[in-house]
Write a protein that binds this ligand. Structure first.
Ligand code: R2B
Ligand code: URA
Length: 310
């Protein structure tokens, strides 16, 4: 098992910089990262992002801005008095990027195609910037299976709605399957950062990645529903027996594409409801915000520890 992990780790490039597995890019005069409003010629990407060690992704622009402020406070990063953190990609009107020293906080939107597009551009950004050994985190919300709302789940595996542990994408009329792989050592390191007195549980397990929030997650509260509550319960219970702890919408492309790029990555999500008990999200916004802080806390513990040892 250890050897398998070592082999997975060695997919990182030798000098730590991200290698692109696309021969075409180097032949372009400039590479335009359209959805994040950056370009390899229009911007000095090495100067702007060469120091990046962490890329934290989460669903919404606001949450990633808040997260950037939290990280700034925690790592003691100072920006000039009178200035504020800026959304570097504000002109894209798609994703928002905040940078706090070696940490990027970026929004990814909802679902596979949204995070997929962003991952292409963030991986290329790390390549152009010559960033060394960047670690990618996804911090997000999810539906839990039999877990108390507010539980933090560190994914140790991910699967799609068919139970497959790969990311399938139609490319040139054929389905390409890329294996899902998460860094087991990183999962253990994150687990080790759970404090005895954290007033909530943190667990590990498989994350199911759905292509939809409603029917794709077996909800009965969408605009359509062609199954019964009993069928839904049977399905959710079958997921539990497969070791699935939570359901969200980005884990499969995130873990497959970071692995494909040789980038170390982890997914940490907080459950905002127990799907065995219902479908509607009735928790007040403020409570969800508090839950989400738990993810920032864990990610920041890792970031601080990492920065202290470097
Ligand atoms: C969790 O929450 C979002 C849907 O509400 C989706 O992005 C996800 O994975
Ligand atoms: N996000 C999801 O994708 N599903 C949930 O149930 C909650 C958050």
């Amino acid at each position: 098992k250890e050897q398998e992990e070592k082999r997975a780790d060695s997919s990182e490039t030798r000098d730590g910089t991200v290698k692109l597995r696309n021969p075409h890019i180097e032949l372009f005069d400039q590479d335009i990262l359209y959805h994040i409003a950056l370009g390899s010629k229009s911007h000095d990407l090495v100067e702007m992002f060469g120091d990046v060690k962490f890329v934290c992704m989460g669903g919404t622009p606001k949450r990633m801005e808040t997260s950037a402020h939290y990280i700034m406070e925690e790592i003691g990063y100072k920006i000039p008095t009178g200035t504020t953190l800026m959304d570097i990609s504000q002109h894209s009107y798609r994703y928002s990027i905040y940078k706090v020293g070696p940490v990027i906080s970026v929004s990814h939107g909802i679902g596979s195609s949204s995070i997929g597009v962003l991952l292409h551009e963030m991986i290329k950004l790390m390549y152009h910037a010559k960033a060394e050994d960047p670690i990618f985190f996804r911090i997000g919300t999810c539906g839990g299976l039999g877990l108390e709302p507010g539980t933090v789940v560190i994914s140790d595996d991910a699967m799609n709605g068919l139970g497959n542990h790969y990311y399938s994408l139609p490319i040139l009329g054929k389905v390409l399957k890329r294996p899902v792989k998460l860094d087991k050592k990183l999962v253990r390191e994150l687990k080790a950062l759970v404090a005895q007195d954290d007033p909530y549980d943190t667990t590990t397990g498989t994350t199911m990645c759905a292509e939809d929030f409603y029917e794709g997650q077996g909800r009965i509260d969408g605009a359509f529903c062609d199954y019964t509550e009993v069928e839904k319960q049977e399905y959710l219970k079958s997921l539990v027996t497969q070791g699935v702890k939570n359901i969200e919408m980005e884990s499969v492309p995130f873990s497959a594409l970071t692995h494909q790029a040789g980038i170390k990555a982890a997914i940490v999500c907080v459950t905002i409801l127990n799907r065995l008990k219902g479908d509607q999200i009735a928790v007040p916004k403020e409570v969800i915000t508090q839950y989400q802080q738990r993810l920032q806390i864990l990610a920041t513990r890792y970031i601080k520890k990492y920065l202290q040892t470097k």
